[in-house]
Design a protein around this ligand. Structure first.
Ligand code: IMP
Length: 193
């Protein structure tokens, strides 16, 4: 019988992708599938802490093994801000507001180095495992491209001369921080069936 595993997300698209990759050894459920409507507070100080708050909430309340992710952008010249505050850097949740707030804050700074980071917390059989994915790049001074979300229009991954927002989704999903962390999780799960 397949092992049941919750992915602590409401995003149906993310769930389907992981579900496909883990078939037939794992049955992947998301928060909607288990009837969890609670907005789990992300009060940690790191991506790992926030991811672990989400996975622990599900395990404690639903008694099913669970993994959760937390991501954000770290800008070198801003002491790694916005980091865990990426989704609400400007004080609001809007992607465009946050991107423009960041560009304003950076002004004419010449060090444009930045990285996207994802940390996944997996609680399996009572143990917490962490998987990290990072992609390094530079920040443009003007947004370019229509695809993606968040800070994609200003993030140019190293080795490319286009932004994440100009990249086909399939290509971004091969090299992104989230994809790298997910690949590590999937490899671990496949090896520990
Ligand atoms: P989450 O933890 O995946 O929900 O990401 C938190 C925030 O980080 C998002 O709301 C975005 O502002 C930013 N972020 C995370 N991943 C990406 C990405 O792939 N592209 C652009 N922005 C991202």
């Amino acid at each position: 019988m397949a092992n049941r595993l919750v992915f602590a997300t409401n995003n149906q698209h993310k769930t389907s992708e992981v579900r496909e990759l883990l078939k037939p050894n794992y049955e992947v459920l998301n928060l909607t599938d288990i009837g969890c409507e609670y907005d789990i507070p992300e009060t940690g100080e790191t991506f790992a802490e926030n991811a672990a708050l989400k996975s622990a909430y599900v395990v404690e309340n639903y008694h099913i093994d669970c993994f959760a992710d937390d991501s954000g952008l770290e800008v070198e010249a801003l002491n790694n801000e916005p980091g865990i505050y990426s989704a609400r850097y400007s004080g609001k949740r809007g992607d465009a507001e946050n991107l423009h707030f960041l560009l304003q804050k950076m002004g004419g700074m010449t060090n444009r180095r930045a990285r996207f980071k994802t940390v996944i917390s997996l609680i399996k059989d009572g143990q917490n495992y962490f998987f990290e994915g990072v992609i390094e790049g530079t920040l443009r001074t003007e947004p370019t491209g229509e695809k993606g979300f968040g800070y994609d229009p200003i993030f140019e991954p190293n080795g490319y001369n286009i932004t994440f927002a100009e990249m086909e989704m399939g290509e971004k999903n091969q090299i992104s921080h989230r994809a790298l962390a997910m690949q590590k999780l999937i490899t671990f799960l496949q090896q520990s069936v």
